[in-house]
Design a binder for this molecule. Sequence first.
Ligand code: SF4
Length: 214
Amino acid sequence: MEMDKNALIVRALKKCFPQKADMDLGNPEDSLLATIFSARTTDVQVLKMFPGFRKKFPDWKKLAAADVRDIEKSINTIGLYRNKAKSAKALAQKILKDFGGKVPRNMDELVTLPGVGRKTASCILAVCFNVPAVAVDTHVFRIAHRLGWSKGKTPEKVEEDIKKIVPEKLWGDVNRTMVRFGREICVGGKKPKCWMCPVAKWCAFKPKTPKPEK
Ligand code: SF4
């Protein structure tokens, strides 16, 4: 029963937020690099600089052989660009050396890549390879607590809890839909916009925020 209710929640969010993930750039290479670059910076900033960056470094070989300072120059409009430039070069080198130039398709191998943690790996598995995975970012973490899905104190625990109570075929939709839902409706801070929430009737959060008076 609980599983049914949670499936209804994810399905309702899918209906409201049908768009693809912002960092889904149509292939695993671009999506992986863009997802790594998107840490602690806005998606808009990443999407703006990404075409120029790829023009300069169109494949793993060019990226692996590049001078880190040149990579830095092409991504210096985003946050933490120095670390990310180092990671991008090391990532290209490792993918060429250990994975024959292909982005690996499983969690264990993905998390061995420089700059790739469990959250990024889950995004890539779900978005690029259709492998069931739940990426717990700040939005998923917050919303899972409000919905009553988890009391976990770490992203790993929240991921574990979500996987127990949401049907596997919907795991890949959790992050994609909740990022937008979390930006627009179940926003951070003390006052989520419960009055306009499509899943309010299934949500454990109390008291619900009423519609502000004009
Ligand atoms: S009812 Fe409010 S707290 Fe619950 S999911 Fe909707 S917006 Fe978030």
